[in-house]
Design a protein around this ligand. Structure first.
Ligand code: ZN
Length: 159
């Protein structure tokens, strides 16, 4: 996941599937953004890469909402399909929609016995104490985010 500037209950993403390639590219590409422009630019990048790598030229491009098929002069047919999906950003433990992103040190996380996407309050409950600034990794997601609620900012030593 990229982009740390969200404070969302649900995150809209596009699931882009590619088939027809002759290498390990076939499969799902998860785009961490709700923007269709990213689907378009991914397809353009992949197509340009393929054209350069295989010295091939597209001979026919067909498409509609949610799919595109590109036929090449070497006989390959690439098919792209994209569908929107939603990532549930609520806390796995308490279902709070207020599950701000944060990253703590691996040892602390391991000692909590928790798994998945858990809000900092549930983490504090699991470890039996309040989080302090030294518990957090030094990452932009922890420090450069203005969307963190006041409680988490306090634990991060930001307020
Ligand atoms: Zn929780």
């Amino acid at each position: 996941m990229t982009g740390f500037d969200f404070h969302l209950q649900d995150l809209n993403l596009w699931d882009l599937t590619v088939s027809g390639y002759d290498d390990e590219l076939d499969g799902d590409l998860n785009l961490p953004d709700g923007d269709l422009v990213d689907v378009e630019s991914s397809i353009q990048d992949l197509t340009a890469d393929y054209a350069e790598l295989r010295r091939a030229r597209p001979t026919r491009i067909r498409g509609d909402h949610g799919w595109r098929e590109i036929e090449w002069d070497n006989g390959a047919v690439h098919r792209y399909e994209w569908t929107p999906y939603t990532m549930d950003m609520r806390c796995d433990e308490c279902s709070s929609p207020d599950a701000d992103l944060y990253v703590v040190h691996d040892e602390l996380w391991a000692s909590s016995g928790l798994d998945g996407w858990v809000c900092f309050r549930c983490l504090e409950k699991a470890i039996g104490r309040r989080l302090v600034p030294s518990d957090f990794k030094s990452l932009p997601g922890n420090t450069d985010v203005v969307h963190h609620g006041p409680e988490l900012r306090e634990r991060l030593g930001l307020s």
